[in-house]
Design a protein around this ligand. Structure first.
Ligand code: GLN
Length: 274
């Protein structure tokens, strides 16, 4: 039997071609251009075995981003693993909002940073800002720290704190902008047992019987950590806009409003400290 080539593995793969190519790039450690130019050459047995193992995991439903250990967010290549949520394109809106609203040289806080995606994208886009990012998971902080270093962000521009929500901060610490993409899916939501979500950390996705436990904690602690006129901006589920606005108003925030995402779903809610 002749050894498989890149072309023959892709042709025989039950995966969509783009996915098979991406896994083959990862298995070979080569770029797309190399695969196109050398697609008819026999591959090392170890390389084709590695590809077949990745392909089997993908067929089993494991997200491509975890298999390749990488995900693009806000034009940045970020490392991801199963300790962190895979950054979603709609969360880029939260980065846009924070970068638009942050005054020059402001302090920005990202609560529950996971891979560091939001904090890193803000720090890269706005070099004048000082960003603090928190997570209670040390495995997530390891990923975020590596991603920040890879973007050349020193601790003076982006620093990390371990702890659950506000517990990661000192009492007196205040920020001009606080952002969070917390877990907001209801514990019993059947989506948690489907698709990519099965492979992602439950603690980054689900938050109590109505999905609002984390958002309640974030809203209620915000005034103690915002400067005068500082902004809180959170991502939430498409059907949680009204509930989150109520939480923000009860917490004493003003100018409370919700912005839809590109699909027209309520996605971000904003509030301002008096
Ligand atoms: N938007 C994600 C999803 O529904 C959930 C992310 C989150 O809970 N913060 O897949």
């Amino acid at each position: 039997m002749t050894a498989p080539t890149a072309d023959s593995l892709i042709a025989a793969s039950p995966l969509p071609r783009t996915e098979a190519r991406r896994l083959l790039e990862y298995a070979t450690g080569q770029r797309r251009e190399w695969l196109l130019a050398h697609g008819d050459e026999p591959l090392e047995p170890l390389v084709s075995e590695r590809f077949l193992a990745l392909q089997a995991s993908r067929i089993n439903g494991e997200p491509l981003s975890y298999l390749c250990g990488e995900r693009e967010f806000y034009g940045l290549a970020l490392r991801v693993n199963r300790a962190v949520l895979i950054p979603r394109p709609e969360t880029e809106l939260l980065v846009d909002a924070a970068c638009e609203l942050a005054p020059r040289h402001a302090a920005v806080l990202d609560l529950g940073t996971g891979s560091g995606a939001i904090a890193i994208a803000i720090a890269v886009t706005r070099p004048d800002l000082r960003v603090v990012a928190t997570d209670r998971s040390s495995d997530a902080l390891a990923v975020a720290t590596e991603n920040a270093a890879h973007q050349g962000l020193t601790p003076s521009r982006l620093s990390f704190r371990a702890g659950s929500w506000w517990q990661a901060l000192a009492h007196a610490e205040r920020f001009e902008i606080i952002v969070a993409n917390p877990p907001y899916i209801a514990d019993a939501d059947p989506h948690l047992t489907e698709g990519d979500l099965r492979f992602e950390p439950r603690s980054a996705l689900a938050s109590g019987s109505d999905g609002l436990d984390a958002l309640r904690e974030i809203a209620s602690g915000a005034l103690a950590h915002l400067v005068t006129s500082g902004r809180l901006i959170v991502e939430h589920g498409w059907d949680q806009g009204a509930a989150v606005r109520t939480l923000f108003l009860r917490a004493g925030l003003q100018d409370v409003h919700t912005q839809p995402d590109l699909a027209g779903h309520e996605r971000l809610t904003f509030g301002r400290a008096p």
